[in-house]
Design a protein around this ligand. Structure first.
Ligand code: GAR
Length: 215
């Protein structure tokens, strides 16, 4: 078997700029134990697709605006994912709510990165909401995807101190920098066989996690 065949195969889903995708691409170039088989976007023309093409990774667009409902979009998306036969699906800035059927199909092998210290600030505008709430700490989380939006068991988090003069954008920049370290690390753990979702809990190195790993 070649080295490439032994690596965990990943499909990355994006909706936008794809800087987290870039972090994964850079990790693969630096010997990470996974390979990116394909990148799928629900939006045509986004920077994430360009990044994939530049790295010679096949891309697909499944444009959600061309489907009458979530179920038909998710069915087309699942088919596109399966065509790459991945071991793992990574949502890296993928901004669609997924149906139960879709989530069930990929249960235990789908990860998402979210820009907050979950369970705080699920959903959108997390940096603004963290500032409005007067949080002293903010950050990002990687979790297994379940049907509850941003609600699946959290694997690991990166924390960022909120500065007194932070704006939404200055905070976003610092959190995103930490995301770029966090996501390849967690994908690497999955690829190394260290992570599993069992009984709705995260297992790491054979032990159920009590709290997310702090990175
Ligand atoms: C990232 O901050 C990611 O955590 C967030 O979108 C951004 C995508 O940036 N994801 C979510 O909000 C999902 N709920 P990128 O396209 O440059 O990686």
């Amino acid at each position: 078997m070649t080295e490439t065949q032994q690596k965990t195969s990943v499909v990355v889903l994006v909706s936008g700029s794809g800087t987290n995708l870039q972090a994964l691409i850079d990790a693969t170039a630096n010997g990470a134990p996974f390979e990116i088989r394909g990148v799928i976007s629900n939006r045509p023309g986004v920077r994430g697709l360009e990044r994939a093409t530049t790295a010679d990774i096949p891309t697909r667009v499944i444009d959600h605006t061309e489907f009458p409902d979530r179920a038909s979009f998710d069915a087309a998306l699942a088919e596109a994912i399966d065509a790459f036969t991945p071991d793992l699906i990574v949502l890296a800035g993928f901004m669609r709510i997924l149906t139960q059927a879709f989530v069930d199909r990929f249960a235990g092998r789908m990860l998402n990165i979210h820009p907050s210290l979950l369970p705080a600030f699920q959903g959108l505008h997390t940096h603004r909401r963290a500032l409005e709430a007067g949080m002293r700490e903010h950050g990002a989380s990687v979790h297994f995807v379940t049907a509850e939006l941003d609600g699946g068991p959290v694997i690991a988090q990166a924390r960022v101190a909120v500065e007194q003069n932070d704006s939404e954008s200055s905070l976003a920049v610092r959190v995103l920098q930490r995301e770029h370290e966090l996501l390849p690390k967690v994908v690497g753990w999955f690829a190394g066989g260290r992570l599993a979702l069992r009984d709705e809990r995260v297992w790491f190195d054979g032990q159920a996690l009590e709290t997310p790993i702090q990175c």
